[in-house]
Design a protein. Sequence first.
Length: 413
Amino acid sequence: MSIGHTDVVVVGSGIGGAAAACRLAAGGLSVVLLEKQRAFTDLARGEWLAPWGIQEAQRLGVLDCFAVAGACEMRHWVTWDEAVPPEEVESVDMTRFLPSVGGPLSFPHHRVCEILAEQAAASGARVVMEAAKITIAPGMEPVVTYQGFDGPHTIKARMVLGATGRACKVGRQIGVTMTTATHEWGGALKVEGMGDWPADTQALGTEGDVMFMVFPQEAGRARLYMNFPTTNQDRYRGPGGPERFIADYELECLPDRGKAVTVARPAGPLAIWPRLSSVPDRPTVAEGVVLIGDEAGRTDSVLGTGLSCALRDARMVSEVLLAGDDWRPEVFAPFLEERTFRMRRLHYGASIIARLHASFGHEALERRRRVNRLAARHFGAQVTGLLNLVAPEDVPDFGFSEFFAERLFRESA
Ligand SMILES: Cc1cc2nc3c(=O)[nH]c(=O)nc-3n(C[C@H](O)[C@H](O)[C@H](O)COP(=O)(O)OP(=O)(O)OC[C@H]3O[C@@H](n4cnc5c(N)ncnc54)[C@H](O)[C@@H]3O)c2cc1C
């Protein structure tokens, strides 16, 4: 058994954990980054980074990793809907919300993880893949054990960052449990050979009992998403599931009945999952341990801000650790306060988006029609949509009031 010492052990080399490892190592701390996978595989995870998340990546010094992974800028956002003929649909210019960074980025998640881990190693972090059976003993000098390919290891650290996502491997060891809510079901598929779809245009839309999203990636690929009711959770299971998934893009609301998508071919496994959100039942900071990213709680993925949150956590926690030697739980209080505020806004925003675009049936269609009319008259009706673009604290307060929801859903006739 080997016994080592380090300043920080980061458990989980997803985008949040690896970005933190990059920043901390570049800032002069000794860092060990532990990842359970042997190699990063093409999973359906966050592949779209909001402009406010791009700013966080810039501040962490990791934005180039997204570029190297082949990230494409999304300049336009089109919301299709069965309530609106395709020729009347308007496109939103996404580059104008944070002009210093431009539009959101679309990229293959696993490639960004690979490149971030490489950057962490180049900055001096020790990156350990295939780290199994990790245990944490929290305290002023936390101790981490794991099983490597070459045997058991023990690391005495000054701080452990838990970044294992929904696995919550570190969180569970410091007694954090989550209250989880399920919001309908979703599926995701990587495709190649997209037809005539503009490479800088992302789309979202609702028709019948599906809500779809299209995020183009480089070389004619795209990540497609479908959200659908829980009652229909088996619709893509079994043989031919990916083909049925693509065929479901034959929709009246899309130009040419979605031909630009239906000509594409599956280029990865089809992932199907219940969309979940989770809220921690106690503070996600303990003596010698801080949780970041999804491990500290997450919103419904319908909003697409989980990566931006993970990067902000990585940035804020790194700033505390690099500011001096006082790493007591109390010094993370401003971080916890900001995170609580941020997540409250994001949960609320996700509930509005889900209610508007990922609810199905006649009543939901009528609601979208009414809200579309209201939004055409008052830009303010779209205020929660800003959460995809600017940081939660920069969205006007009125978007989070009971009064706003009341106006949006009950008085928009
Ligand atoms: C289908 C889907 C689509 C999404 N789309 C978007 C989107 O477009 N934009 C967006 O911003 N967000 C999106 N999200 C959310 C986003 O993926 C997450 O918020 C984000 O990945 C969280 O990053 P993380 O680093 O905290 O955790 P993760 O990405 O979950 O990374 C955790 C890492 O820890 C490793 N790990 C797990 N257990 C252990 C262990 N025991 N020991 C060591 N390592 C371990 C994992 O292998 C992984 O590498 C989506 C989520 C889903 C499920």
